[in-house]
Design a protein around this ligand. Structure first.
Ligand SMILES: NC(=O)c1ccc[n+]([C@@H]2O[C@H](COP(=O)([O-])OP(=O)(O)OC[C@H]3O[C@@H](n4cnc5c(N)ncnc54)[C@H](O)[C@@H]3O)[C@@H](O)[C@H]2O)c1
Length: 254
């Protein structure tokens, strides 16, 4: 195995591991030797993911709502109690909302976006960072979105929440860089996972149309996004800090 992608004995926490990017990432990390702490609000999906991993993979699962501070604390406690350390945390769990323009955003939509997509990330970091500081090393990858770097028509609450993820990522990178705890974010363009299973995005025609918004004239396969996650999380990628990496087929090059 190329040592750049060798995660042997690295303890990696992945939220939102029941589906989409999180599921593929868990499987990719398991293949490369990582010890895993996996979480999702969907307990059934989480169990299925655990069963899909080689039995030799050292993995623990813990279901819960990532918007809750206590769930984030429990996840980090589980990593430390089971494996004694936490090398990498991927704060990936996230939700979208029904497409609507800004003037139709409801309080419920805005509150849930910030609860899951922002508090889920910030509470995660709140407990992940002290463990990493004590170890004198760690890497946190937050999953933002291209909607965290620019406007997202009919996705205002999602875009606001994902911009917040970019903001906390950059802030933490500056706060903890000198302690060898690095924080980066990945910002994908649309990719057909369950999150696109909302009206207006869930038909092949709608997704083909979305793909036309990229210079590559197609959406990313979820595995392509996860391959980039693995490259960025590679133990060899050790000087990248505070970046919000667009994986977008060139959208931001326009
Ligand atoms: N797929 C895309 O087009 C796209 C683009 C940019 C960014 N993203 C981001 O990627 C991340 C992963 O999304 P995905 O595309 O794999 O979607 P997905 O819906 O397939 O996976 C998201 C997972 O998060 C879990 N989850 C949702 N709410 C949760 C909560 N409150 N607590 C714990 N777990 C919860 C879901 O059960 C699901 O398993 C999200 O943060 C999303 O915003 C996705």
């Amino acid at each position: 195995m190329d040592s750049l992608l060798d995660f042997s004995d690295h303890v990696v926490l992945v939220t939102g591991a029941g589906s989409g990017f999180g599921r593929l990432l868990a499987q990719g990390l398991a293949l490369r030797g990582a010890k895993l702490v996996l979480s999702d609000i969907n307990e059934h999906a989480l169990t299925e993911v655990r069963q899909s991993l080689a039995s030799s993979c050292d993995a623990i699962t813990l279901a819960g709502d990532i918007a809750l501070e206590s769930v984030n604390q429990s996840l980090v406690d589980a990593a430390v109690n089971q494996f004694g350390r936490l090398d990498i945390a991927v704060n990936n769990a996230g939700i979208a909302h029904q497409p609507a323009p800004v003037h139709q955003m409801t309080e419920d939509i805005i509150d849930r976006q910030f609860a899951v997509n922002v508090k889920g990330v910030m509470f995660g970091m709140k407990y992940q960072i002290p463990v990493m500081l004590a170890q004198k090393q760690g890497h946190i990858m937050n999953v933002s979105s291209l909607a965290g770097l620019g406007g997202a028509p009919k996705g205002a609450a999602y875009a606001a929440a994902k911009h917040a993820v970019a903001g906390v990522t950059r802030t933490a990178a500056v706060e903890y860089g000198r302690k060898n705890v690095r924080v980066n974010a990945i910002c994908p363009f649309y990719s057909p996972t369950n999150i696109l299973n909302v009206d207006g995005y869930n038909t092949p025609e709608a997704q083909a149309q979305l793909g036309m918004g990229s210079p590559m004239k197609r959406l990313a396969d979820p595995q392509e996004i996860v391959n980039t996650m693995l490259l960025l999380l590679s133990p060899g990628n050790s000087y990248m800090n505070g970046q919000t990496i667009a994986v977008d087929g060139g959208v931001t090059a326009w």
